[in-house]
Design a protein around this ligand. Structure first.
Ligand code: PLP
Length: 391
């Protein structure tokens, strides 16, 4: 018996169940067409909603930032890592989101690990949707607060749980805004209303709402008209913004408190000049124009319509996220492999990212896909769907 036997056994088990992930390698900039494992393929699974990942304006901003500020901040934000770039970015982001202030972090994952354990502790109660993102779950695990997991989007159940814990001195409701694997939305208006009734804080993870929902892609609070009533808006700069980073936006005193206490802010170095400068440019572009957001939605509607017409089960997404439900992990991987052979890149999403038996391809459109691109993808889906008797 070797001390690594449990790992070898676990890996063999993952392979046997079709849950082993063979990670593909990207060999070019991320665009509508991307070079993956030596092959130019139509990219249908990046989170490059607006095509910003290789937008020349963002690339140029990053280049200039590197020329002026170098490649790294060489410190955490709270000691010597806060550059003009971070301050300017936070100011512009808060204005874009319509919040009093914002704090930028190294990633969306870090943002969730920053907010939840800082605001909540022993004796407090967290209310969290059962389908929340892993980074919210981990943020909750880092606190000694009691955790109430409520059924997906069930505001009635949430209300009952709040009533049961009415006496708790501090309550935080935390939810994904857009649920990333299904594309459905949190009923944020109703959530905010029950939060107000029970004097609970509300935090929403806007990772897939950013650059997608609301006017000019301002996010889910704008979409539902509840700006100023969500205490903490968390977001990522790694999806629609096309770069890397995360943030928390909200009331001045909350953000001020996070700058003093959030551990990933205090104990992990600041985001790099190139990243921050590119993010600032992304915000500036969206402030000026909602054209990329409109193109994204156009493409999403077109693709969903065509896949549904072919008879695919595309779930109940309310956003451009288009899950193609396939059930077993092995079917999803086989579907993905056959698409790749036809120059379409759509990676399978299996357990533990989604529940067992709910494997799927999560098809992601981008504002930079042309209608010809989408027709190309649909044609490949139709052929593989028939080969595998999915449609
Ligand atoms: C991707 C994602 C995150 C993490 O954001 P990163 O910037 O990639 O770390 C957090 N929450 C949700 C819902 C996400 O989809």
């Amino acid at each position: 018996m070797g001390k690594y036997d449990f790992i070898t056994a676990e890996l063999a088990d993952l392979k046997a169940q079709g849950l082993y992930n063979t990670i593909r390698t990207i060999e070019s900039a991320v665009g509508a067409w991307t070079v993956v494992d030596g092959k130019r393929v139509l990219n249908m699974c990046s989170n490059n909603y607006l095509g910003f990942a290789n937008d020349p304006r963002l690339v140029e901003a990053a280049r200039q930032a590197v020329a002026r500020y170098g490649v790294g901040p060489a410190a955490v934000r709270s000691i010597a890592g806060t550059m003009t770039l971070h301050v300017e970015f936070e100011r512009k982001l808060a204005a874009f989101k319509g919040t009093e202030d914002a704090i930028s972090l190294q990633s969306g994952f870090c943002a969730n690990l920053s907010a939840i354990p800082t605001l909540m502790g022993a004796g407090h109660v967290l209310f969290t949707d059962e389908l929340n993102h892993a980074s919210i779950i981990d943020g909750c695990r880092l606190t000694k607060a009691e955790r109430v997991i409520y059924p997906h989007r069930d505001v009635g159940a949430l209300r009952r749980a709040l009533a049961e814990h009415k006496a708790a001195s501090r309550k935080l409701i935390v939810t994904d805004g857009v649920f990333s694997m299904d594309g459905d939305l949190a009923p944020l208006r109703e959530i905010v209303a029950v939060a107000e009734e029970f004097d609970a804080l509300v935090m929403v993870d806007d990772a897939h709402g950013e650059g997608v929902l609301g006017s000019h892609g301002r996010g889910i609070a704008d979409h539902f008209g509840v700006q100023g009533r969500v205490d903490i808006e968390m977001g990522t700069l790694s999806k629609a913004f096309g770069v890397m980073g995360g943030y928390l936006a909200g009331r001045r005193e909350i953000v001020e408190y996070l700058r003093q206490r959030a551990r990933p802010f205090l104990f992990s170095s600041a985001a790099t000049p190139a990243d921050v400068a590119a993010c600032t440019t992304a915000v500036e572009i969206l402030e000026k124009s909602d054209e990329p957001v409109r193109m994204l939605w156009d493409n999403g509607r077109y693709l969903k319509g065509r896949l549904a017409d072919l008879g695919f089960d595309i779930g109940h997404s309310e956003t451009p996220i288009t899950p193609v439900m396939l059930g077993e992990a092995t079917t999803a991987w086989e579907f993905s492999r056959r698409l790749f052979a036809r120059e379409v890149f759509a990676q399978a999403i299996v357990f533990p990212t989604v529940p067992k038996g709910k494997a799927r391809l999560r098809v992601m459109v981008s504002a930079v896909h042309t209608k010809e691109d989408l027709d190309f993808a649909v044609d490949a889906f139709a052929r593989v769907g028939r080969e595998l008797a999915v449609i």
